[in-house]
Design a protein around this ligand. Sequence first.
Ligand code: ADP
Ligand code: MG
Ligand code: ZN
Length: 228
Amino acid sequence: MPVDERLVSHVPTAYGRAVSGGAPHPESDVPARRAAAADDKPRTGLIEVVCGSMFSGKTEELIRRVKRALFARQTVQAFKPRIDDRYAKTRIVSHGSIAIDAIAVSNSESLEGRVAPDTDVVAIDEAQFFDRGIVEVVDRLADAGKRVILAGLDQDYLGRPFPPMPDLMAIAEEVTKVRAVCTMCGASASRSQRLIQAGATVLVGGSESYEARCRACFRARDVAAGAL
Ligand code: ADP
Ligand code: MG
Ligand code: ZN
């Protein structure tokens, strides 16, 4: 059966050109338009979010992406909130002891102030510890052509969405959810079980204070009711 020319002419290649003849495709001048646009405005960036529970490999994934960018000879700046000094003050360190250098900042405003104009990639760990202003900051950085990679907890110790992660996930071009291994049953874990009594949402800690649990093994109410 002959292929319908009208259909074929609408199949774009990677460069936006029509594959075959027929009537000129209405978007066949896409490459020219794209080149013209590139002259007057900087390359558009993007926002990537890596989220999940504690021990799910968020920091490892962030570091993996940073190392790939460095291999590609891109300029990278990594940031972490000053509050997180569990392993090191000026390094992002995973629970498996993989590390990269990082700048510790107190808030989103000082992060924005530290980003150099020629930086290609901005990596941010523990994004859930930043103030709400981080949403506008990373949006501006992406608008300025930077690739912004954020890693953070999507839920708090009661399984509630952990601000500002929901907003960051909403404006991101790409969201990756990673999961740990449930310490109770071995299933994939999406929750962070707090192991000690503490009412505050923010309690920076490691395996002495939290463990990864699946939905079935997670006991949020026990922590809230003080029945641990
Ligand atoms: P996150 O940043 O999500 O807290 P990290 O990237 O720092 O996680 O650490 C992930 C590493 O933690 C894993 O590669 C593994 O070595 C270790 N780990 C410890 N406990 C667990 C668990 N319950 N499930 C998966 N990995 C775990
Ligand atoms: Mg981490
Ligand atoms: Zn489980």
